[in-house]
Design a protein around this ligand. Structure first.
Ligand code: AMP
Length: 184
């Protein structure tokens, strides 16, 4: 499947803004609103993702709240799959399945509608998408959720991977992982 060359990666990375000490001291927040506001960069990214996935027989694209919704919905419209939201607890109105995951302190949870992947296929093929993988907790829980809801996660796709956190290590045991950009 297609990847980007280094100069294309450098270009996309240059459109993402670093915000130091947000939301707390020591964190460098990757602000993708600057990429979204840049028509050329956003189109370039979406064309690349469409190029990579359009012949992969993807039935559903599941986006993680909230920035995964932006890339996921745009990609679904481009390659003709259905978009499915994975949300924080209590946000989805119909019956849900949920998956808890550990944070540094405490637990968090993600939810999906029980019938999210309803279709005439026995094992629908799902692409998971989010803007960034850090520790990998959210995405690993999202893959379990996709399996619980009766579908197969064929790949987990991120715009950015903070490689120094090795968040893709655990998730790689259950699905393939693709990061457009890597940051060390
Ligand atoms: P994690 O579960 O630790 O992999 O965290 C992933 C989620 O947290 C993603 O939905 C990201 O949008 C968000 N996130 C974590 N760290 C950052 C960061 N440094 N910059 C921007 N978003 C982040």
């Amino acid at each position: 499947m297609k990847t980007l060359n280094q100069s294309d990666k450098d270009y996309l990375l240059s459109t993402i803004r670093d915000i130091k000490d947000f939301p707390k001291p020591g964190i460098v927040f990757k602000d993708i609103t600057t990429l979204l506001a840049d028509t050329r960069a956003f189109n370039f990214l979406m064309d690349h993702l469409a190029d990579r996935y359009e012949n992969e027989d993807i039935d559903f694209i599941a986006g993680i709240e909230a920035r995964g919704f932006i890339f996921g919905a745009a990609l679904a419209a481009k390659i003709g799959g259905s978009f499915v939201p994975i949300r924080k607890p209590g946000k989805l109105p119909y019956t849900t399945v949920s998956e808890k995951y550990s944070l540094e302190y405490g637990v968090d949870e993600v939810e999906i509608h029980i019938d999210a992947f309803k279709c005439d296929k026995k094992e629908p093929r799902v692409l998971l998408i989010d803007d960034l993988i850090a520790t990998g907790g959210t995405a690993t829980a999202a893959v379990s959720l996709i399996n619980k809801a009766g579908a197969k996660c064929v790949e987990a796709c991120f715009l950015l991977n903070l490689t120094f956190l090795q968040g893709d290590k655990e998730i790689k045991e259950t699905t393939s992982v693709y990061s457009v950009l890597e940051v060390d």
